[in-house]
Design a protein. Structure first.
Length: 295
């Protein structure tokens, strides 16, 4: 097990940092639509692990970036992630009633407001990132756009919807999750790295290999928690995957087999960090956290 104190302290500090900056996006302004603003806040600021911002900070620091320079990409990743959850929960998608222990946005407000809130969160992500003064800003923006769009997360959601009731093999399942979940995790690590170094730096390849492995490990553990966890702890309805006939790693490999696959991926991720030396210890701790968390 990871020693809880150092990791827990880093997680708490990074979550508090990004939360304060996300909250500031909604203060000291008079919005044209208070209802839309409230729905956006509900989808963004009510709970959440803030895993993607935490990865931005950890990856950037491992290559020498300053926290102030990492704030914008950290915020942008969480804004895109929040938009994706708002839309994924809609009746036309996963039709979920609970997210982060609270009613989903379309339940707390209404379906049309949830669609608009998701749209606005996505646009705000790129506004926040585009306002950051950085010499590699085009690479940061295109990196996030590629991860979020038709070649990344959105493609993954399309594949996920198409897979319901089907029987894909583990390779097809990995490809689907590599888009739906893995793309934003890879983007978080890459954008953090790009804040510190240029695109030719070989350490970015090490970070990419790490991110590829933890992205899939994270999703496999999510699949396991959907079977073994309870709704109160998860903050979302447990057993939802089986109820929707969604293919998952436990359904293909069994719980024990899925755990072995996640363990192997974490070891691959940690090994990939070797070129970064001791500076990558927080990233290694996060890799292990991916498959030890209870929600």
């Amino acid at each position: 097990m990871v020693s809880a104190d150092p990791l827990a302290g880093r997680l708490a500090a990074d979550r508090a940092r990004v939360d304060a900056r996300l909250e500031a996006l909604f203060t000291a302004r008079t919005p044209p639509s208070p209802r839309l603003e409230a729905a956006m806040r509900h989808g963004l600021l009510v709970g959440g692990k803030r895993l993607r911002p935490v990865l931005v900070y950890a990856a950037g620091r491992s290559l020498g970036a300053a926290d102030d320079d990492l704030d914008a990409p950290a915020m942008a990743l969480e804004l895109v992630h929040a938009y994706s959850l708002v839309h994924d929960d809609l009746p036309a998608m996963d039709d979920d009633d609970l997210r982060r222990g609270q009613p989903t946005v379309h339940r707390a407000y209404d379906e049309a407001t949830a669609i608009l809130a998701g749209d606005a969160l996505q646009a705000l992500a790129f506004e926040v990132l585009a306002r950051a003064a950085h010499p590699r800003l085009p690479a940061l923006v295109t990196g996030l756009a590629g991860a979020a769009g038709r070649d990344g997360m959105v493609a993954g959601q399309a594949l996920d919807l198409a897979a319901v009731g089907g029987h894909p093999d583990t390779a097809a399942l990995a490809a689907m999750h590599g888009h739906k979940t893995g793309a934003l995790i890879r983007a978080a690590v890459r954008l953090g790295g790009l804040v510190a170094v240029d695109e030719a730096d070989p350490r970015l390849a090490a970070l990419h290999a790490y991110a590829e492995a933890i992205g899939l490990a994270f999703q496999i553990h999510d699949d396991i928690l959907d079977v073994t966890g309870d709704t109160a702890t998860l903050g979302k309805t447990s057993g939802a995957d089986a109820a929707r006939a969604k293919p998952t790693y436990p359904s293909l490999l069994g719980i024990a087999g899925a755990r072995r696959r996640a363990d192997a991926l974490v070891e691959t991720a940690v090994a990939a960090l070797a070129p970064l030396g001791e500076a990558a210890t927080p990233l290694a701790d996060l890799a292990r956290y991916m498959i030890e968390r209870d929600h």
